[in-house]
Design a protein around this ligand. Structure first.
Ligand code: GLN
Length: 225
């Protein structure tokens, strides 16, 4: 299929996790959304979303479905990707709290900590101020749903921090989770600890669709040669 920068074809890795919600958010954000389970389907997309779920299971399924190496190769060749929650873990170069046999695709120069927010607070929602994601005080903040989420412990030089947690302020001790990095961008790779696709938030997906469109534009060199 000829790539169309106006309506790029974006896949959602459909081995596990909340695939349907991402397909809906991508469609609302202007993409031609499609699920990816086979290498041939991967070869046909202009960008890919790695959904939430369980990163250890997804790692195993990526190998079982013969997708791990093809996906790693496409990412290395510049395929834009957006990872949410477990997807963020898959895109991290380094993981704290990984199981002994857990691997990642990597690509984002960051260390993520799995299940970082602790067991008592498995899931919570928070309004985030994130100007880079079109969310601020003068516009609606970003409604972020966290489910056994990771946070980002450390980022390398090329990584842009897009959002941090605000003060949660209910139970004692929770303030330690304030200011944690929960959204990052590194070149054509985007990742969030939270699930914007739950609850109808589409601004993160809109940014990702823009990133995919940019990647499809001919480079200056191709235009002038
Ligand atoms: N805790 C999960 C993991 O480590 C991620 C949870 C999620 O994706 N909602 O993979």
């Amino acid at each position: 299929m000829t790539p169309s920068p106006d309506r790029p074809t974006i896949g959602v890795l459909a081995l596990q996790g909340d695939v349907r919600e991402h397909l809906a958010a991508l469609t609302a954000a202007g993409a031609n959304a499609t699920s990816v389970r086979r290498p041939a389907e991967l070869a046909a997309v202009d960008g890919i979303v790695l959904p939430g779920g369980e990163s250890t299971t997804m790692d195993k399924l990526l190998h079982a479905f013969g997708l791990f190496e093809p996906l790693r190769e496409r990412l290395a060749a510049g395929l834009p990707a957006y990872g949410s929650c477990a997807g963020m873990i898959l895109l991290a170069d380094r993981v704290q709290g990984a199981t002994s046999d857990q691997g990642t695709l990597g690509g984002i120069d960051m260390t993520v900590r799995r299940n970082a927010f602790g067991r008592q607070v498995d899931s919570f929602e928070q309004d985030l101020l994130a100007p880079a994601l079109g969310a601020g005080e003068d516009v609606a903040p970003l409604r972020a749903v966290f489910i056994r989420a990771p946070w980002v412990e450390q980022v390398g030089d090329g990584v842009e921090v897009l959002a941090r947690t605000a003060r949660r302020g209910s139970a004692a001790g929770e303030a330690t989770a304030e200011g944690k990095i929960v959204a990052v961008r590194h070149g054509r790779l985007l990742a969030t600890s939270f699930h914007p696709e739950i609850g109808g938030e589409t601004r993160v997906h809109r940014l990702f669709v823009e990133m995919v469109r940019d990647a499809l534009l001919p480079t200056q060199q191709q235009l002038t040669s």
